[in-house]
Write a new protein. Structure first.
Length: 202
């Protein structure tokens, strides 16, 4: 898409929308920077099929597989900020909404690093699906499938957070047999055994 004339890229026509295949690269970033209305071919087809007119928006829309979904993130690692920003971008490109807190009726899914934190406890209590970031990656991989829905139960079940996902646990005072059994169960459910009682990650 780098063959788009500069005169078109620099157009100040506010009602002009750009339909492009690749949501990356020079042309895409230039259009995004100028807050142009950017649509993917599938988004246009899906909207036309439903008799909807594409809205002029500064938020790129590749498809509508996440339309109506409210996504919240539960990340305790500052180094993950770049990843979170990317996942927020992908969610928006698929028609999803990003919400800061879980105590909103609009939240439909929580994307989490691990099985801790207030957001995790809230969603566990109220039955809000808690999924890994691989869910978003897989949704984006399927962005060209016309009838794909990101909230399909069968699809989402592949990315559910396990009970001990991301947890670091130190076992103390158990028999060798019990220790081995608990280690196996913990690892099967996403946890990690620590051999150091002073491990700061526990």
């Amino acid at each position: 898409m780098d063959d788009v004339p500069e005169s078109v890229l620099n157009s100040e026509e506010s009602s002009m929308a750009f339909i492009i295949m690749d949501f990356e690269g020079h042309t895409f970033e230039k259009l995004r920077k100028k807050e142009a209305s950017i649509l993917g071919p599938l988004a246009v087809k899906e909207l036309v099929k439903r008799g909807k007119r594409p809205n002029t928006s500064s938020r790129p829309l590749y498809c509508t597989s996440m339309e109506g979904l409210g996504i919240c993130f539960n990340s305790h690692r500052k180094r993950n900020k770049a990843d979170i920003n990317r996942y927020m971008f992908l969610s928006h490109c698929m028609g999803g909404s990003i919400l800061k807190e879980t105590n909103s009726s609009r939240v439909t899914h929580l994307v989490a690093d691990d099985c801790r934190g207030e957001k995790y406890r809230y969603c566990s209590t109220f039955g809000i699906p808690i999924l890994t970031k691989a869910w978003l990656e897989s949704c984006w991989e399927r962005k060209n499938e016309p009838d794909f829905r990101a909230n399909d139960r069968g699809f989402c079940s592949n990315f559910k957070i396990k009970p001990f996902h991301g947890a670091c646990i130190y076992l103390l005072g158990f028999s060798e047999e019990d220790h081995m059994h608990m280690k196996e169960e913990m690892e099967r459910n996403g946890g990690r055994l620590s051999l150091d009682v002073n491990d700061g990650n526990c």
